[in-house]
Each structure stands twice: as structure tokens, then as C-alpha cells.
Design a protein around this ligand. Structure first.
Ligand code: FBP
Length: 565
């Protein structure tokens, strides 16, 4: 019986023929490279935190940076290896190409090398649910979006029992190396697993791969996480279309919330590409310690000013993580988190959601109680929904765009003479999130993810553990990309989680002194009053190189020598 292949569109069928470009260093395969060990990489943590970090990661702290160079001698890895890959966290375009790159790197080296994929994220490791990956079944997934080949999940491996189960399952399956594809939390987990296995004297490698559409897994060693490029191209197309619609009909204000659980990178990139009227950047709001009512006041201000000149329309972009950047709202979320974790058993005994809500609200200090009560009732409930396994509030379920819209509306009604804005302020709200996570990867992401997977095979075949697969020089064509590994522990710092200090891979927020943000600031006043909209159109896979190989403005500006050329 022949294996049923998956349903694919005409575009995907064509896209299957795309051959990702490998960096030149891998021209002759994984066998013809040599890993050059650099100096020990300085950790991003503070000096005091470094000694604590050293205590926790006794076996994997202080490793050198690895850079791969072409080598004349051929290293043959004779003993076949068995490698497992797992997706962890939210989907991001290009995940399947990480598998493809890893698979090809392993197989080109030794036909007997085996790759398995744990199903459904880290819980697949614990349940020992996996599939063996063959060239045949992989072929329909090359250059496709989504994580559906092996799926993903958010289970966090943290208890001693879970670590022991993971170890036993890796041993039972004779897995030599584990590749964890994830964001900051998942790579924190990868670092813990690498340390744990080393401590147990097991010769097993753990390699992380930087994934997240949010673009917040970045630092001086990681230029960007995969998926950000494609997701922002998709959102920019949608926002650009809305801008054009707004400019055509001239009757609505569109409030658009964009994904990005913490950092506002997605919103910043989309705004640079589409030039809407109002853009909120969470990091700036935090730096200016703005209250929710100040944010509302600022938006209202622009709406009124535009209204004076007859422009009762516009587009406003809101980052998903905004709420946590408004100090008083953050305080509220932290207080709710604390109540939820301290009173977990009491809350579990309550049957209705209403009962739980009242229980939590009544435990809040009066200032925070009044704040939450000032929000629309349906939004209040969203603050109490379950936290994710990493203790984060699930911001994708908080309708910030509706919250702001309602508050702005109220403000306008107060301002206008008897119902002046009643007919003038017509609004529409949108949330663009899940729409961007599984798109067919852009050329950049297809190449980048393939290279990340291939590079991971080079790291683990050379016996490295506790490293993040790292590809740099991304503003250059893929052939010139630099490949190697960065110790995971160097990317960690201390953060408060569930009320406790935890070592986690540091999240990168929008840098307010960085070039992308400065470029935005330079232009936003003009964008607010004019219709400077740009409609970038759909992402292109075929056509002029300039268009199909376009990288994000964020990456381009961050690595430009002058000011944002
Ligand atoms: P990762 O950081 O795991 O890549 O996920 C990011 C993200 O897409 C956020 O932008 C969003 O808030 C969240 O996932 C939604 O999570 P879920 O898929 O669990 O609803």
C-alpha cells in the first residue's frame, strides 16, 4: 500500500522545487568543515548573576563560541547516530525546513543516520510518541509553512520526574542527540536538559534552534529568530490592504492588534512597511511610564486632530504585549498571577468562573480593584484566564484593540458637543495573530531555517551540547552566512516567574535607541496627519530577486552602517 501524501496547493507543488541555498561553508557537506573554538562567550547576565549561573549550569557554563570553517580534511562520522527533533511553543513559518536541513545534513554524512520527530511538542518526549522521518514522507513538507508534520506544544519539562522520564525515553530509543526548536522559554528548557544529561554523564547532545514570529529571541549572537520575516510580510500585506481601504472609503478607524506576546518588534516592522497613522510601541510606553488613560488620551488626540481637518478615518497598530508594558496594568497582572498561584487550591474548589473571578478580584488591593473594574466587563474576565505552562498570561486572548476602542469611544463622547463624534467615529477592530504563523515561508525564512537545521547537524555530529544553532551575517546573501554555535547559557539572565527568580534566555525588547525605532520616530508625526500609507502587497516567491529576497526593515536597519539606508 502506498503512503497517502498530504494535500498540497498548486503553489506548494511549485514551491517544493525550491532548493534552499546553503552557506558556502557547507558546500561540501558537514564532513568538510572544522569547528573553530573561539573565546568563552561573555554571558549577557550581570556579574553577580553569572556566578549563580555557574552554580546551576556546572557542566555547560563557560563554553566557547563555535564557528565553522571550510576544511581540506574530511571528517567521516563512521558510527551512525540517531537524532530526535521537537517543536516547542508557537508555530513559525519555516519549521519544516529545519527538519529538512537537519535530515539532509545527517544523511549526506551517513546514510544510516536516523532522524525521529517527537509528536506534539515536548510532551511527545515524555509520552514517547514519535515518528521516524524518511526522505519520502519529508518531501511534501519541504518549504511549507506550519508545524503539522510533527506538531508542537507548550509543555515545560521542569519536575525531577519529567527530567528522569525524558532521560529514560531518550535512552530507550537510543537517541544520541535532541534538537529543540523553540523561543526563549523553550531554549531555556533546552539549556536545562543539556545540563541535566551532562550531569548524568550521558553522552547526548542538545541543540537549540531560534524560533518565534515575535522576533524577541535575538541578541548580539542571534540576529533574528526564524518566522519573523514571513509573519511580518503577511501582516504587512493585511495592514497595507486596510490602509488602502481606509483611504478609499474614508469613513472608519481601524484598530489592529498584532501578535507578539511581549516585545513590539512585529508592530514596529509592520509600521515601517505600511506607515499607518498611529502606532503604539509597548517599550516606549513603559519607558514613559504611561497609564492606560494616558494611552487612550494620546490616541483620542490624534483622532480629534484628524477630525478637525475632515479626516474621520485612520489606522492604528497595537502590539499584543501592550497591556504588560503599561506599568499599572503590569502591576495588575502580577498581582493576579500571585493570587492565582498562592490560592490555587481554594480557587480550584470554586465551580463557576464568576465565583473564581470574584474571589480573585476581592483579594486585589483597592487601587488595582478599581482599575480592573474600570475596564469593560468582558475584558476583565480575560485577565483571569489560565496562564500558559511558563506562567505567562495568555495575551492573545486579551482583546486590547477592543479595550482601547471602547475607551477611546467613551473619551470622544465626553469631548464632543452633544454626540458630535457619534457619527464621526466609526470603528472596526482586528486581531492579526494566528494568520501569520503558518504561512508558506518567504525565501529568507526557507533558506534560514534550512541552514539552521543543517548547521544543527554539524554541531551535534561534532559532539557539541548546550548550544544554539547560530547563523549570522543575514543581511548578506545566504552563501555568505556565517555558521556555528552559541552556548545557550550565555544568553541567560534572571527573571521573575511565578514570583520566583528564574534563569531564562533573555528576551529582546524593542531597543528605543536602535535604528528601526528611531526611523519610526522620525516619521510618525507625518504619518499621523497624512495618508502616507504603503501597501506592500503579498509576499512573492517568484520574480525579481530584489522582491523575492527582500529582508525585514528591522534586520536591514539594525545592520546598516549609516542611518537606515
Ligand atoms: P512562541 O514565543 O512560542 O514562538 O509563540 C509566540 C506566539 O505566537 C505569541 O505571539 C502569541 O502570544 C502566542 O504565541 C500564542 O500562543 P498559543 O499558540 O499558545 O495561543
Amino acid at each position: 500500500m502506498t503512503k497517502k501524501s498530504i494535500n498540497i496547493s498548486e503553489l506548494q507543488a511549485e514551491r517544493k522545487k525550491f532548493k534552499p541555498v546553503l552557506p558556502d561553508v557547507f558546500k561540501k557537506g558537514v564532513a568538510c568543515i572544522s569547528p573553530v573554538k573561539g573565546k568563552t562567550v561573555r554571558s549577557l547576565a550581570s556579574v553577580t548573576d553569572q556566578s549563580k549561573l555557574k552554580e546551576i549550569f556546572k557542566n555547560t557554563y563557560g563554553l566557547p563560541k563555535i564557528t565553522f570553517r571550510k576544511s581540506r580534511s574530511v571528517i567521516v562520522f563512521k558510527t551512525p547516530v540517531k537524532v530526535a527533533i521537537v517543536f516547542s511553543g508557537g508555530q513559525a513559518p519555516g519549521g519544516h525546513n529545519v527538519i529538512a536541513g537537519l535530515f539532509d545534513g545527517l544523511r549526506e554524512n551517513n546514510k544510516k543516520n536516523i532522524l525521529i520527530g517527537y509528536i506534539g511538542g515536548p510532551s511527545g518526549i515524555l509520552k514517547n510518541k514519535y515518528k521516524t522521518i524518511s526522505k519520502e514522507i519529508l518531501k511534501d513538507y519541504r518549504n511549507t509553512g506550519g508545524f503539522d508534520f510533527i506538531q508542537s506544544g507548550r509543555t515545560k519539562i521542569e519536575t525531577p520526574e519529567q527530567f528522569s522520564l525524558l532521560k529514560n525515553n531518550l535512552l530507550a530509543n537510543k537517541v544520541d542527540a535532541l534538537v529543540i526548536v523553540g523561543g526563549d522559554d523553550s531554549n531555556t528548557n533546552a539549556a536545562m536538559i543539556a545540563e541535566y544529561l551532562k550531569k548524568k554523564n550521558l553522552d547526548k547532545c542538545v541543540i537549540g534552534v531560534p524560533k518565534t514570529i515575535d522576533g524577541d529571541l535575538k541578541n548580539k549572537h542571534v540576529e533574528i529568530s526564524f518566522g519573523f520575516d514571513t509573519a511580518t510580510k503577511i501582516y504587512s500585506e493585511l495592514v497595507g490592504n486596510i490602509c488602502r481601504d481606509v483611504n478609499s472609503a474614508r469613513k472608519y478607524w481601524h484598530f489592529v492588534r498584532l501578535m507578539g506576546r511581549s516585545a513590539s518588534h512585529i508592530t514596529l516592522e509592520v509600521s515601517l512597511k505600511t506607515q499607518p497613522n498611529i502606532v503604539l510601541i509597548g517599550e516606549e510606553i513603559l519607558a514613559k511610564s504611561m497609564t492606560l488613560s494616558k494611552v487612550v488620551e494620546n490616541i483620542t488626540d490624534v483622532i480629534v486632530k484628524r477630525s478637525y481637518i475632515g479626516k474621520n478615518f485612520g489606522v492604528i497598530l497595537i502590539p499584543e504585549g501592550l497591556i504588560e508594558f503599561i506599568p499599572e496594568m503590569k502591576e495588575l497582572i502580577v498581582a493576579i498571577n500571585d493570587i492565582l498561584s498562592v490560592s490555587i487550591h481554594d480557587i480550584a474548589k470554586l465551580n463557576s468562573f464568576e465565583g473564581k473571578e470574584n474571589f480573585v478580584l476581592n483579594k486585589l488591593p483597592s487601587k488595582l480593584y478599581n482599575l480592573i473594574k474600570s475596564l469593560p466587563a468582558n475584558i476583565t474576565s480575560q485577565f483571569l484566564l489560565d496562564r500558559d505552562p511558563h506562567g505567562n498570561v495568555q495575551l492573545s486572548f486579551i482583546d486590547t484593540e477592543k479595550l482601547l476602542l471602547e475607551m477611546v469611544h467613551k473619551e470622544l463622547l465626553k469631548l464632543g458637543e452633544a454626540g458630535e463624534y457619534k457619527d464621526k467615529f466609526l470603528s472596526v477592530s482586528h486581531f492579526f495573530g494566528y494568520e501569520g504563523r503558518c504561512g508558506i515561508p518567504s525565501n529568507f525564512d526557507a533558506n534560514y531555517t534550512y541552514a539552521l537545521g543543517y548547521n544543527a547537524s554539524a554541531l551535534l555530529l561534532n559532539g557539541f551540547t548546550g548550544y544554539l544553532s547560530s547563523i549570522k551575517n543575514l543581511v548578506k546573501p545566504p552563501k555568505q552566512w556565517e555558521c556555528g554555535g552559541i552556548p545557550l547559557t550565555t544568553m541567560m539572565n534572571i527573571e521573575k516567574r511565578d514570583g520566583k527568580d528564574k534563569f531564562v534566555v533573555q528576551k529582546a525588547l524593542v531597543d528605543l535607541s536602535g535604528k528601526p525605532f528611531k526611523k519610526f520616530v522620525e516619521n510618525r508625526d507625518e504619518w499621523s496627519m497624512t495618508e502616507s500609507y504603503i501597501s506592500p502587497g503579498p509576499m512573492q516567491y517568484f520574480g525579481p530577486k530584489k522582491i523575492i529576497n527582500m529582508i525585514t526593515k528591522t534586520l536591514r536597519y539594525e545592520h546598516s552602517k549609516g542611518f537606515c539606508e
